[in-house]
Design a protein around this ligand. Structure first.
Ligand code: COA
Length: 189
C-alpha cells in the first residue's frame, strides 16, 4: 500500500537516499540541487511516497517565473522526481506527479513546467510547452522535453519564457550538455 504525503523535515535523509539511488551517476548532483532549493526557500511542495513505513519516492514543485509581456507570473517547476529503483514500474512516479499537479491546481498555480521524457509525461497530462506558446529557458532543453501542465488559473495572456529560479542555474541543472545533448538530439531526429 502506497501513501503519498507531504515530506517532513525528518524525511530529508531518506529523500536524499532515494534521489541518489534513482539518478545513479547523476545522483550526487541532484542531491546538491535539492539542498540548493532548500537553502533558497523556493520549494512550494515536497511530497513523498511511503511503502511499509519507508520513503520510496519523492517529488518537488519549485517556484519560478513566466516572463509574460504584462508582468512576471509565478509558476511552478516539477523537479526532481525520484522513485527507488526497487519500487519502479508500480505506478508510484505517476501517483507522485498527479498528486503534485492536483495540489498546484488547488493552490491556484497557473502552470507546472518540467523537462523530461516526452512519452512518460504526456501520459500524465504534460503537453509540449512550445505548442502552447511557451519559450524554453535554455536552447539546451530539446523542444520535445520541455513540457507544461496548464491549470485552471491560467489566463490567455500568461505566455512567454520560463525563467528558472537561481538554484537550477547555480547547480547547472538546466537542460543537458554535450555530449549527452548531441546524442539525444540525434536519437530524436
Ligand atoms: C522516472 C521515474 C520517476 C518513474 O517512476 P515509476 O514509479 O517507475 O513510474 P511509473 O510506475 O508511474 O511509470 C512507469 C512507466 O514509465 C516508463 N518510464 C520510466 N522512465 C521513463 C523514461 N525516462 N522515459 C520513458 N518512459 C519511462 C517505464 O518504462 C514504465 O512504463 P511501462 O510500465 O509501460 O514499461 C523513475 O524511473 C525514476 O526515478 N527514474 C530516475 C530518475 C528520473 O529520471 N527522474 C525523472 C527526471 S525528469
Amino acid at each position: 500500500m502506497i501513501e503519498i504525503r507531504p515530506a517532513q523535515p525528518a524525511d530529508r535523509t531518506a529523500v536524499h537516499r532515494v534521489t541518489e539511488a534513482a539518478f545513479g551517476d547523476e545522483g550526487p548532483r541532484v542531491v546538491e540541487l535539492l539542498a540548493a532549493l532548500d537553502a533558497s526557500e523556493r520549494t512550494q511542495l515536497s511530497l513523498v511516497a511511503e511503502a511499509d513505513g519507508a520513503v520510496v519516492g519523492h517529488v518537488q514543485l519549485n517556484r519560478s517565473w513566466l516572463d509574460a509581456r504584462e508582468s512576471l507570473v509565478d509558476v511552478l517547476v516539477l523537479s526532481p522526481l525520484s522513485v527507488d529503483p526497487a519500487h519502479q514500474r508500480q505506478g508510484i512516479g505517476g501517483q507522485l506527479i498527479e498528486a503534485a499537479v492536483a495540489t498546484a491546481s488547488e493552490e491556484g498555480a497557473p502552470a507546472v513546467f518540467l523537462e523530461g521524457a516526452p512519452g512518460y509525461y504526456a501520459r500524465h497530462g504534460f503537453e509540449r510547452a512550445s505548442d502552447r506558446g511557451f519559450t524554453r529557458p535554455s536552447v539546451r532543453i530539446p523542444e520535445a522535453a520541455f513540457r507544461v501542465a496548464v491549470l485552471e488559473a491560467h489566463e490567455e495572456w500568461m505566455t512567454g519564457a520560463l525563467v528558472y529560479c537561481d538554484a537550477f542555474w547555480a547547480q547547472d541543472c538546466v537542460g543537458l550538455r554535450d555530449p549527452v545533448l548531441a546524442e539525444l538530439e540525434q536519437s530524436l531526429g
